[in-house]
Design a protein around this ligand. Structure first.
Ligand code: UDP
Ligand code: MG
Length: 318
């Protein structure tokens, strides 16, 4: 049996279509399946529509979170409740087509533990595409794990890896695609064309997207912390250069390379230097603050999400 985990936040326009696409594609998977829909605190008709599906189809299960916790937490909650031999993560807006799953399952049956989807084409606004592209390349160059380029959360994860993610990764901040890369095992990418959102608006706000990007960059890398050392060394060398320049000028009484000393040039250069150093110190403090905020969040060990209810069709499932 396989589990399909789908986070849902205000997707009332998509649920019927999602259900019919899943049921139509189901036979091609050649496995029994369950669909674990995670309601991430929807305020529209999503939950009641999902509960109707639970009534009519015993394969559908619904995890209701007690409020909106965000996409990554919703996926994490779904993985906890998935009971299949593997779990497939996909979005509720049909950007990840269920018709692609036979290719994932084929790799799984060949013995791969993680089959992740790699987007060949994005059908989104060009600026967003560029931002994504820069982000993934920055992430790959900064992080200490091998995060595949252009792969989102759409993937298949074998039961063994699901168990490891559920039980051994106790951290609360979850950048799922990063953890998935970190966990290792036998992994392979499968190319696919990411579809357009089937209906409705994007549910990720810019703020959420920025936070996701920060989580990705900071949770898998210490490089930003090292920025302080690099900036410090660079500034030390620059000031040493200026110092030498000034001393030589004083001793020889000549203009070097046609320049007068920066210090002699007056208040403007002093002010610029002051602002520059101040700016760099604040930047570095901000970066340290980001890490401290994360440490604070983690050490409190507050639950990262709360499951209010888990609905299954009790006629069939005990
Ligand atoms: N989603 C969620 N909680 C949120 C935001 C989004 O569960 O706070 C779900 C949403 O319903 C969708 C998936 O996460 O199934 C991806 O969201 P969206 O399509 O808005 O973002 P995209 O990844 O396409 O930019
Ligand atoms: Mg989407």
């Amino acid at each position: 049996m396989i589990s399909i985990v789908i986070p849902i936040y205000n997707e009332e326009e998509n649920i019927e279509h999602l259900y019919s696409r899943l049921t139509a594609a189901g036979p091609s998977w050649e496995e029994d399946y369950e669909v674990v829909l995670v309601d991430d605190g929807s305020v529209d008709r999503s939950l009641s529509m999902m509960l109707e599906l639970v009534e009519k189809d015993e394969r559908i299960k619904v995890v209701k979170l007690s409020r909106n916790f965000g996409h990554q937490q919703a996926i994490t909650a779904g993985l906890r409740k998935a009971s299949g031999d593997c779990a497939i993560l996909m979005d509720g807006d049909l950007q990840d087509p269920p018709e692609e799953l036979p290719r994932f399952l084929k790799k799984w049956r060949e013995g791969y533990h993680v089959v992740y989807a790699v987007r060949t084409k994005r059908k989104e606004f060009i600026l967003k595409r560029m931002a994504y592209s820069i982000f993934y390349r920055l992430l790959a160059s900064m992080s200490n794990i091998n995060i595949p380029l252009d792969s989102g959360d759409f993937c298949l994860i074998d039961r063994r890896v699901v168990d490891v993610l559920n039980d051994d990764f106790t951290e609360n901040i979850r950048f799922v695609r990063g953890l998935r890369a970190y966990v290792g095992f036998k992994q392979i990418g499968v190319k696919y064309e990411r579809a357009e959102r089937s209906a409705g608006e994007v549910k990720y706000t810019l703020k959420q997207l920025m936070r996701l990007a920060m989580d990705g960059l900071l949770d898998f890398s210490f490089v930003p912390l090292r920025l302080a050392s690099f900036l410090g060394i660079a500034t030390a060398f620059i000031s040493l250069g200026f110092g030498l320049f000034h001393i030589i000028q004083m001793l020889t009484g000549k203009e070097l390379f046609g320049f007068t000393s920066a210090v002699d040039a007056g208040m403007t250069s002093m002010a610029i230097a002051g602002f520059f150093i101040g700016g760099m110190i604040l930047l570095v403090l901000g970066i340290i603050g980001e890490y401290i905020g994360r440490i604070y969040f983690e050490v409190k060990r507050r639950p990262a999400f709360v499951i209010e209810d888990f609905y299954t069709n009790s006629k069939i499932i005990s």
